[in-house]
Design a protein around this ligand. Structure first.
Ligand code: GLN
Length: 591
């Protein structure tokens, strides 16, 4: 991968006289990579990421190499400092990039590990431009939105193309056409399409069709105006996807086609779908995959044999959706209980495990503020399993510990994720080891028994952006433990982390002597990564976030284990798949 410095050396067309400015990464082959640009009109939240990932999946399944990228309009350098309550969960990539939850959708759909090259924000773009300006890289020019900032965006996209050697780069622009924030992204796309030449790019506009209850009919005006706004930016959409609660009528699609110069067959109806995993089939039914291949003139790169196999495998998975014979309720304790997006990956991981096991997973959100040992039983009466997810700060922590105590004492399947792992250690220390004052210094900085304490490497860090223990790390698994069985008797697994605190190594021996098993550890440091209780049907915790790497065709073993154990609890009369065997069977599915 060429360094940024080398990339600048290859900047073409720069001279103080020229108005052209299009930095090209070293090794960029014009014409090799095509671009699909996905923008939204009318409103945000239309599912641009979902649409883009589903279309990318269909193209990947044809043997094409695809690389997605999301361009975010905000000025934050990454999503790490964003409140999940406002912006959905912070997704963490293997290289430690903290990014938008859409990257999770791309990873899950495409079954690909992505990197920071697949995500950028206005903050990153501007900071890079300003850095280059100070460095004197603009040859005395006045640094402008066009061509320098747009040039930086094009450089990002071409960099991704060069680095991945992709047949198609899928570019998703955050926000809505007309936002001040993303206007320069849209201009950069226009320039890129022009520079790459005819047949190099395809513009998809997602729009929304209103259906006011009082009228009882679909109205297309907002969509028309939104598309007109895009055309005012010099962009002629090739495809218009009409989002709506119901199928979009032919009449409405005809109207949109006429007003936007887009052939009727390419104005498609995309009503709400019960599962996002059904959307690739919807797009395929519209023939969108081959239409895109035609528009991009890459039909000759398609491998139909690869496609047949990949599609059959995908359909094996989607056929199982909605055909579950059993159902379990998993209680998730959480601070952000009102916003489902804050826990998107956990919801997905449960869905993957449930589909694989033929067991519907209902979620019950549990607000833990105010829960105490005496009320835990009542609050958890109707759940078959409990997840305490990641979290920060003190609110609701004592209630979570009360829930964990109830799960441990009543043999209720339990999975603790990151903060939930730390809380499980505290519960065990207090109620089994008798360390009644056990706490985390995140919650009580001067506590007498700081069982959970800040990582040594974190002590000297100042500020809060991008500096937790972040990204993928290997975990050494202790043989003959449940974790070892769940992961298929392997000695090492990789998971993703995002934390500042850990189990203080001084307490490990005492905890282990009392029966807590640390079945996963960091290979070279005394950082505890997985815990379990051998006497319990399923009691596990991990300092990592296994939900981030659960994929539809490869559900994460820890989630499969939890759901299988919960199903056994719910259906004691039936012989349900043993959680360990189940995890091994379904998680070993290869794509
Ligand atoms: N707040 C805890 C820590 O920083 C847990 C973090 C999390 O759950 N992501 O270690």
């Amino acid at each position: 991968m060429p360094k940024e410095k080398d990339l600048l050396a290859s900047v073409s067309n720069i001279s103080t006289d020229s108005e052209f400015f299009s930095p090209m990464p070293a090794g960029y082959k014009k014409g090799k990579t095509r671009y699909v640009f996905v923008v939204g009109t009318v409103m945000s939240g239309l599912g641009k990421g979902i649409f883009s990932s589903c279309l990318a999946l269909l193209m990947q399944d044809k043997g094409l190499k695809v690389a997605p990228i999301k361009l975010e309009g905000y000025l934050n350098i990454d999503s790490g400092t964003l409140n999940p309550f406002r912006h959905g969960e912070v997704f963490v990539l293997d290289d430690g990039m903290e990014c938008d939850m859409d990257l999770g959708t791309y990873e899950r759909m495409l079954n690909q590990d992505l990197s920071k090259a697949n995500f950028t924000t206005s903050g990153q773009i501007f900071s890079s431009v300003l850095h280059k300006e100070r460095h004197g890289d603009y040859l005395g020019r006045d640094v402008q939105m066009i061509p320098h900032v747009t040039g930086e965006v094009k450089l990002k996209l071409r960099n991704l193309a060069a680095r991945t050697n992709a047949d198609i780069v899928f570019v998703e622009i955050g926000g809505t056409v007309g936002d001040l924030e993303n206007a320069y992204f849209i201009e950069a796309m226009r320039e890129l399409a022009y520079e790459e030449g005819l047949g190099s790019s395809c513009f998809v506009a997602l729009t929304y069709i209103l259906e006011p209850k009082t009228l009882g009919e679909q109205k297309s005006k907002a969509a028309q105006l939104g598309i007109k706004q895009l055309m005012q930016c010099g962009i002629q959409p090739d495809i218009i996807a009409c989002r709506a609660s119901n199928p979009v009528s032919e009449k409405v699609r005809q109207k949109i086609s006429l007003y936007s110069n887009v052939p009727f067959e390419r104005v498609i109806s995309l009503p709400d779908s019960a599962s996002i995993y059904m959307i690739p089939a919807m797009l395929r039914d519209h023939g969108l995959d081959f239409e895109v291949a035609r528009l991009l003139k890459i039909e000759d790169r398609i491998n139909l044999r690869v496609e047949r196999k990949a599609w059959a495998q995908w359909c094996d998975f989607t056929d199982k959706i909605g055909s579950a014979r059993h159902s379990v309720t998993i209680g998730i304790t959480g601070k952000y209980t009102s916003v489902r997006d804050s826990y998107a990956s956990i919801i997905n991981a449960l869905e993957h495990a449930g589909i694989a096991l033929g067991c519907e997973t209902e979620i019950k959100w549990i607000e833990t503020t105010g829960i105490i040992d005496q009320t835990a039983a009542e609050k958890l009466a109707d759940v078959d399993g409990i997840i305490v997810p990641g979290g920060f700060g003190t609110r609701g922590a004592e209630g979570k510990i009360a829930c964990i105590k109830y799960a441990r004492e009543n043999n209720i399947p339990y999975l603790g994720l990151c903060f939930g792992f730390q809380m499980a250690v505290l519960e065990f220390a207090r109620n089994v080891c008798g360390l009644t004052k056990a706490n985390s210094t995140e919650i009580e900085p001067d506590c007498a028994e700081p069982i959970i304490d800040i990582l040594p490497e974190q002590k000297k860090i100042e500020g809060l952006g991008g500096n937790m223990r972040l990204g993928g790390r290997d975990i050494e698994i202790k043989p003959q433990t449940m974790a070892w069985e769940l992961f298929g008797k392997t000695n090492s697994v990789r998971m993703r982390f995002r934390h500042r605190y850990e189990v203080d190594p001084r307490y490990i021996e005492q905890l282990e002597n009392a029966g807590l098993v640390f079945s996963g550890k960091a290979p070279k440091q005394p950082i505890m990564q997985i815990l379990e209780l051998p006497s319990h049907s399923f009691f596990m915790g991990t300092q990592a976030h296994p939900c981030l790497t659960s994929r539809p065709l490869q559900p994460h073993p820890m989630f499969v284990g939890l759901v299988a154990a919960a199903a056994q609890k719910q259906y004691p009369e039936e012989k349900m798949p043993d959680c360990v065997k189940a995890a091994r069977k379904v998680s070993s599915l290869k794509t």
